[in-house]
Design a protein around this ligand. Structure first.
Ligand SMILES: Cc1cc2nc3c(=O)[nH]c(=O)nc-3n(C[C@H](O)[C@H](O)[C@H](O)COP(=O)(O)O)c2cc1C
Length: 71
């Protein structure tokens, strides 16, 4: 019987997931990838230093659309 892939408690709808791509996988790209069948997406790399210094562009990169989980 087909078992859905799981990461911890999170059950995925398929095996195709979006690879992490710095400078590419922003929110709009991830939403499109989910609509096109990606079972899970990965955000861009986010600078810890940017978060520490409360950089607005860095915080913007952490925005996640409510419909795009699991990210
Ligand atoms: C433009 C671009 C940016 C990438 N950025 C990252 C990254 O930030 N972190 C990472 O672990 N891999 C990064 N990768 C590697 C991809 O996640 C992936 O491992 C690679 O493209 C191989 O995928 P494939 O085996 O499906 O061909 C990047 C790849 C591309 C093409």
């Amino acid at each position: 019987m087909y078992q859905k892939p799981k990461i911890g408690q999170i059950e995925l709808d398929g095996w195709a997931v979006l690879a992490p791509m710095a400078g590419v996988s922003d929110l709009a790209y991830r939403v499109i990838a989910r609509r096109m069948g990606a079972a899970m997406t990965t955000a861009e790399m986010v600078s810890a230093k940017g978060l520490y210094y409360k950089n607005e562009k860095t915080r913007e990169m952490l925005k996640i659309d409510p419909g795009e989980h699991p990210v």
